[in-house]
Design a binder for this molecule. Structure first.
Ligand code: ACO
Length: 446
């Protein structure tokens, strides 16, 4: 793999910048259609000047890393893990095989896959003290809050978690996290429902075991193979999405050399927000609020009047149909064959039909994203809305860990520490408490 400076550059692969403040000209190299922000630091008005920076809130045009995990072409609606198209993986692979691919870079041989599946299957149990810790949450605690906290708490159970520079130790933590997230998620759900925990069953598949831990009762639970496969596909579709908000959180916290449990808890916390992994919950609430297909045009008008956002639409990167949404739409119908049709699908289809014809959405390139249909499937499968981000987190675990591992093995990476443009006061003197109000008024402050 090339580093920025090693990459072959053709002649004239440079950018010439003239600073009109000084009349000076600078030439900076271009590689991978990118310039290095640090190359701008030399651009100064005088020797005392700090040098030029870039300002990019939300990192809309800043590459924070080189990564070989996931490729997205947002304009063409392409998503590939390690070069393999998401559509092929969703159709032909399994979640654990995809997790292996994402984490190790190549599809496994049969022997490698068997070993990986065995390792994950035999690490699904939680230490009993973790279970007790989960008991301590309030009876109605949101499962995502429980998930975030419990993942962080795992760090106190594995002393080797701190040995992040040892690849063998890293593999242990990775296997543990991929194995234990479904157990934590199911326990968080059972706790919220006041139901007894169901322990992992090593004879079941990864999604089958999760469904069993979620829904098994005294009468047992029969795993429907269609639902088991649907869940596996949903996990595949969520497995990684390059430098999104939660991956960035994982990398940012990981860059201070925190252990993977604490770093992943931060990533899961980032995922929780309604603009990221919490969006499918918002989609469901929106569809329920619309209530009927006949109310769709009025809702679209409210979106265009900017009263509300059309949740599950739009994406920072995709300016075309999100390829994951296409696959999910197909999975929805397979699930409905088993569970019965979720009536919300008709409202969703009508919203999509109108939006894709309307110039407001067409001009802004707003298409359904992965969250538009996933909530409808989850609901049909009897998952409560509060579990939606937790399901997303199970699927995203290998992606976060692959991003973390890539960060640690990338010699160019340093602790994440952005710059700022300071907009506050210049130095001022401390004011005794009795004199503060008057002085603030005199200064025009409040
Ligand atoms: N409904 C209505 N208008 C929208 C929507 C939407 N869902 N999304 C974007 N727009 C409009 C904006 O108002 C803006 O219009 P303007 O230029 O006339 O002001 C334009 O499209 C660009 O929108 P931005 O907010 O600048 O786009 P950004 O890239 O910052 O945001 C985001 C992306 C957060 C996903 C946004 O589209 C959104 O809020 N969507 C709804 C929430 C959602 O579905 N999130 C899930 C994302 S997928 C995931 O995380 C797994």
């Amino acid at each position: 793999m090339w580093t920025f400076d090693e990459r072959t550059t053709v002649a004239n692969d440079t950018l010439t910048i003239t600073d009109n403040r000084t009349g000076k000209t600078y030439e900076v190299p271009i590689a991978d259609e990118t310039i290095r922000a640090m190359d701008l630091r030399q651009i100064k008005v005088n020797d005392d000047d700090f040098g030029l920076m870039t300002y990019d809130p939300g990192f809309t045009n800043t590459a924070s890393t080189r990564s070989a995990v996931t490729f997205i072409d947002g304009d063409k609606g392409i998503l590939r893990y390690r070069g393999y198209p998401i559509e092929q993986l969703a159709e032909q692979s399994s979640f654990l095989e995809v997790a292996y691919l994402i984490l190790k870079g190549e599809l496994p041989t049969q022997g490698e896959l068997d070993e990986w599946v065995y390792g994950v299957t035999h690490h699904t149990f939680l230490h009993e003290n973790i279970r007790k810790l989960m008991d301590g949450f309030r009876y109605d605690a949101h499962p995502m809050g429980v998930f975030v906290s419990t993942v962080a708490a795992l760090s106190t159970f594995y002393v080797d978690a701190k040995l992040i520079h040892n690849s063998e130790d890293r593999q242990h933590q990775i296997e543990r996290l991929v194995a234990k997230t479904p157990t934590i998620a199911a326990f968080a759900y059972r706790h919220m429902m006041g139901l007894p925990y169901v322990y992992p069953n090593n004879t079941l598949s990864y999604p089958g075991n999760f469904l069993n831990m979620m829904f098994s009762t005294a009468a047992g639970y029969e795993i429907d193979p269609v639902l088991e496969r649907a869940l596996d596909v949903l996990f595949i579709l969520h497995a990684d999405h390059e430098q999104n908000c939660s991956a960035n959180a994982m990398r940012s916290v990981g860059s201070s050399e925190s252990d993977p449990y604490c770093s992943m808890a931060a990533a899961a916390a980032a995922l929780y927000g309604p603009l990221h992994g919490g969006a499918n919950e918002m989609v469901l609430r929106m569809l329920r609020e619309i209530g009927d297909v006949t109310n769709v045009p009025a809702y679209i008008k409210r979106v265009k009047d900017r009263e509300v956002r059309l949740m599950g639409f739009g994406h920072r990167v995709y300016k075309n149909y999100d390829p994951r949404a296409k696959v999910i739409k197909e999975v929805a119908y397979q699930v409905f064959d088993v569970t019965g049709r979720n009536p919300l699908i008709d409202i969703a289809l009508e919203l999509e039909r109108i939006a894709l014809e309307d110039s407001f959405f067409v001009e802004r390139k707003l298409y359904p994203n992965v969250d538009f249909y996933s909530g409808i499937i989850y609901e049909a499968m009897q998952f409560p809305v509060a579990m939606f981000p937790v399901l997303f987190a199970i699927g995203r675990t290998p992606g976060w860990l692959a991003q973390w591992q890539e960060l640690l093995t990338d010699s160019e990476q340093r602790i994440a520490r952005p710059r700022q443009i300071y907009t506050g006061y210049e130095q001022r003197d401390y004011i005794a408490i009795g004199k503060r109000t008057d002085i603030r008024r005199m200064a025009g402050g409040s």
